[in-house]
Design a protein around this ligand. Structure first.
Ligand code: FAD
Length: 137
């Protein structure tokens, strides 16, 4: 059974640089591929939002590591439940947000992003719409 976890968090710095985002994505893609986890990460306006999909054990184990990471804080889970299918099956971890050139169009849509006002389903929909709306591949 596939589980989906959705959370948001805050970056303690005002803005993360390209290199830091790249480092997070590199390690995420390596680890998630090994663990059978797929998902999407969004960063904008000082907030992260992330969707993790996989077996319950793999998602929990991955999230345990993520929530200890000092590169973000105030980590809030907004959804963790079984789902019928993976939404981001093609990606060990894809990214939408500032500091990555290919996703510039998505950032425009995401301005004024404040995840505190979103339900779990709304946050998931927001990330999914940015991923699928911002890509042509
Ligand atoms: P290692 O193989 O030891 O690698 C850790 C890497 O992270 C090293 O390159 C190290 O230099 C770097 N690193 C660790 N802490 C810091 C720090 N404070 N500042 C700069 N660099 C640092 N991990 C996943 O596996 N899957 C995910 O989906 C995922 N999503 C993340 C989303 C966010 C918003 C953040 C902030 C982190 C995420 N991470 C994710 C990273 C996670 O928090 C752990 O750093 C990582 O899983 C540790 O992997 P590892 O045990 O293989 O460690």
């Amino acid at each position: 059974m596939i589980y989906r976890l959705v959370y948001y968090s805050r970056n303690p710095e005002s803005e993360l640089g390209h290199n830091e985002i790249d480092a997070i994505l590199r390690i995420s893609q390596r680890n998630n591929e090994e663990a059978g986890v797929t998902g999407a990460l969004m960063f904008d306006e000082g907030f992260f939002a992330q969707v993790l999909e996989g077996s319950q054990a793999a998602v929990e184990e991955t999230f345990e590591r993520i929530q200890m990471d000092p590169r973000h804080c105030d980590v809030q889970i907004v959804d963790f439940a079984p789902v019928l299918n993976r939404t981001f099956a093609r990606w060990a971890m894809t990214y939408v947000g500032s500091n990555v050139t290919r996703s510039t169009s998505a950032v425009v849509d995401a301005s004024s992003f404040n995840p505190r006002s979103f339900s779990g389903q709304e946050l998931f929909q927001k990330v999914a719409s940015l991923v699928f709306g911002g890509r042509s591949d």
